[in-house]
Ligand binder design. Structure first.
Ligand code: 4AD
Ligand code: MG
Length: 445
């Protein structure tokens, strides 16, 4: 009896007869040979059917199979360096085949399809090798994030998804009818994390996050996953140190565990190998000067217009894209004007118009993957910030309380999973890093 195995276990079955259960990804052939690309969810392998070996009837059955037919294939495993697949280097010589369903007219063919069509068929598109590879990388990145934080003594505490108040600006709130009271989907778990560190010292939440983003950029989703570590007794420098170790560890783990997937995606692996702490740190002031210099130097009138910026403005995607092209690893930009950041950030000592915020921008034009800051620790200062932002104080009373009962300097950050995976995979748009992306335009399937 052949052993049932999965493709990812193939390396330990060379020379044996095995059975694989999966789907036909592609097929070519001529004369007495048929080459099947078989996928089983764990990998992709080439299976070779040879008419004299398989017999007329089974060989003809294979010849008729359409893309995405479901099958059980028996064969012997051969090692062959040139064999394509994930993991590459192995091939199956087919000795038997059982067809569960022969498919006619699978809509996603190897030809190029438009993104509209592919998004409409997202439930099928995830079977395509690139999408499959991206979502596998996503799973590994998620695990690497959790492993890193757990190993550093962080406690995972979940924060609510239905909340009474805004934390990251009122323009991107999704409202919920909460028993006839207006509530919102969480934009962040941060405010709750700040309560949690006073009980547990180092915590993180990691879950779905919602922003009613009206923007159509390649970086914005309406639903995305964010991991948010928060640390008591930590200042801005301590935060940057943690972030660079965290991001380096996550990228190096992805490189180590997802090499075949990243190769399938044709990712430049040397760019990822360079992602090692420490990362360069520049002030917002310097970043503005750098962007202005790029703007002044360009001959492209369109780019010149896109890069228009003055001190006090927030960076948009084009600014971040051009700025990060100057670095070969992620770069910290710290000390933004308080006016463009959330209400809870600690002012810069002696420069109240600036705050102790830090964004981490990924290289190769990817831009912001982390937003974070040292938090305001003084209760009076916090109350005036809440009032200045015209937020209803009664919803934040519990948050002010934290500054009244054992306030300490503390800091934290949020890393967007989809933007991080897009950068690691080297793909253009974040929508492909989410199994079922929610954007201004898409909520189906
Ligand atoms: O910079 P943001 O808005 O920061 C916060 O929410 C803080 N409360 C985090 C904290 O300090 N605990 O968001 C953090 C990150 C961004 O850098 C980005 O990677 C991701 O979340 N992000 C988005 N990703 C996809 N689509 C969107 N609409 C996103 N908005 C933010
Ligand atoms: Mg931000």
């Amino acid at each position: 009896m052949p052993t049932d195995i999965t493709i990812q276990e193939i390396a330990s079955h060379v020379g044996q007869t095995v059975r694989l259960k999966g789907w036909l990804y592609a097929k070519t052939g001529k004369g007495k040979l048929q080459f099947l690309r078989l996928r089983d969810g764990s990998g992709i392998i080439q299976a070779v059917a040879f008419r004299p070996e398989l017999g007329e009837e089974k060989f003809n059955l294979i010849k008729e199979l359409g893309q995405e037919s479901s099958l059980i294939v028996t064969g012997s495993v051969r090692q062959d360096e040139r064999a394509p697949g994930v993991p590459g280097g192995y091939e199956l010589s087919v000795t038997d085949v059982e067809v569960l369903q022969n498919v006619v007219g699978y809509p996603i063919t190897p030809k190029e399809h438009g993104v509209e069509f592919l998004m409409q068929n997202r439930h099928l598109w995830i079977r395509s090798s690139q999408q499959w590879a991206i979502l596998r990388v996503r799973a590994v990145v998620k695990r690497a994030i959790i492993d890193f934080l757990d190993s550093r003594g962080f406690l995972n505490i979940d924060t609510p998804i239905i909340t009474p108040s805004a934390a990251e600006g009122t323009s991107t709130l999704f409202t919920v009818d909460y028993f006839e009271e207006e509530a919102y989907l969480a934009q962040t778990g941060q405010l709750y994390n700040e309560a949690n560190i006073m009980a547990f010292s180092k915590v993180y939440c990691f879950g779905p996050t919602f922003r009613a983003e009206k923007s159509k950029t390649r970086r914005h989703l309406a639903e995305f996953w964010m991991v948010e570590p928060e640390i008591a007794f930590c200042d801005l420098d301590g935060l940057m140190e943690l972030e660079e170790q965290f991001v380096s560890a996550v990228v190096q783990t992805a490189l180590q565990k997802c090499r075949p997937e990243l190769q399938l995606l044709e990712r430049d692996l040397t760019a990822l190998e360079r992602v090692q702490a420490p990362f360069p740190r520049i002030s917002y002031d310097e970043a503005i000067e750098r962007v202005q210099a790029i703007r002044d130097a360009t001959d492209d009138p369109e780019l010149k217009e896109l890069l228009a910026i003055e001190w006090g403005d927030d960076f948009g995607s084009p600014h971040e894209t051009e700025l990060t092209r100057q670095f070969d690893r992620p770069v910290f930009v710290y000390g933004y004007p308080s006016a463009v950041k959330a209400f809870y950030m600690e002012p810069w000592p002696g420069r109240p118009e600036v705050c102790k915020s830090v964004d981490l921008l990924a290289p190769e034009g990817y831009g912001e993957i982390i937003g974070g800051s040292e938090r305001m620790s003084d209760p009076q200062l916090l109350v005036s910030a809440i009032e200045r932002h015209q937020l209803p104080l009664q919803h934040y009373q519990w948050y002010v309380d934290l500054r009244q009962y054992g306030s300490v300097p503390h800091s934290g950050f949020g890393l967007g999973l989809e933007r991080t995976v897009a950068w690691i995979c080297g793909i253009h748009h974040v929508r492909e890093t989410s199994p079922y992306p929610r954007t201004l335009k898409w909520m189906y399937p």
